[in-house]
Design a protein around this ligand. Structure first.
Ligand code: HEC
Ligand code: HEC
Length: 193
């Protein structure tokens, strides 16, 4: 309950900031159609829906274009994006990237967090020590992202059963043991920045 309330509060705060970026009303209307899953201003209520507000423009655009072309695996979103023009996808990426990144801090057991921290040594160069300082615009923020979602995505990069495009990310994920995945996901989900 407490978590739900703080998600709502964060979303409302986000609205005030979001409103400052007046953008194309057509794109804003499209963006509203994302709210039912991704939450108001891209701050998701979890657990398998990722927050997208405040991820970088290049990252969001990359993913949506890869889904549209079928280059990247997706369960549902690929089909969803086939109906959008490249310009609309670029507009949506710009729109969501201008919103603030709003970590939803999820607490976890100290032992799990210590395991997660240890397993993320080699991830630091690209994601930063706590997942909040990506080293370039193609790299997503992980701090305060939903743990359940992070574990699902990590497993896709790790097990290689579906098409994930980023070679280095796949190689790094493959160095994790299956048992590291939930610990790593909880570690990033617990980080406020
Ligand atoms: C029916 C629910 C639903 C709707 C509506 C929806 N999404 Fe998603 N989205 C998901 C799910 C679930 C995922 C997690 C990946 C997957 O399962 O394919 C996702 C993942 C994403 C990601 C990847 C995030 C990341 O960190 O990798 C982006 C970007 C995205 N969606 C953008 C959008 C945009 C923009 C819209 C509106 C035009 C939208 N989505 C509408 C369910 C939805
Ligand atoms: C060489 C840089 C690099 C390293 C090292 C790296 N990552 Fe990544 N990571 C990326 C990039 C870039 C993406 C986006 C890839 C894409 O577009 O498919 C990503 C994506 C992710 C995602 C998906 C997030 C989302 O919102 O969908 C997770 C989770 C993740 N990384 C965790 C890790 C973990 C855990 C490690 C260490 C075991 C790691 N990364 C090491 C660059 C890196």
């Amino acid at each position: 309950m407490k978590l739900k309330q703080s998600v709502l509060l964060l979303a409302v705060l986000g609205l005030a900031v979001g409103a400052a970026y007046a953008s194309d009303p057509k794109i804003e209307a499209l963006a509203r159609s994302c709210n039912s899953c991704h939450g108001l201003n891209g701050v998701s209520a979890g657990p398998s829906m990722p927050s997208i507000g405040g991820q970088s423009e290049a990252y969001l655009k990359n993913i949506m274009l890869q889904w549209k072309s079928g280059k990247r695996y997706s369960a549902t979103m690929g089909r969803h994006f086939k109906g959008y023009s490249d310009e609309e996808l670029a507009g949506l990426a710009a729109y969501f990237s201008q919103l603030p990144w709003t970590p939803v801090v999820q607490h976890a057991d100290a032992k799990v967090l210590a395991h997660g921290k240890e397993a993320t040594d080699r991830c630091e160069t690209c994601h930063g020590a706590t997942g909040g300082k990506p080293d370039d615009a193609e790299t997503p923020r992980l701090n305060g992202q939903w743990a359940h979602y992070l574990a699902l995505e990590l497993e896709k990069y790790r097990n290689g059963e579906v098409a994930m495009t980023h070679k280095k990310m796949r190689k790094n994920a493959q160095k994790l043991e299956a048992a590291d995945v939930p610990a790593v996901a909880h570690f990033y989900a617990a980080q406020p920045e």
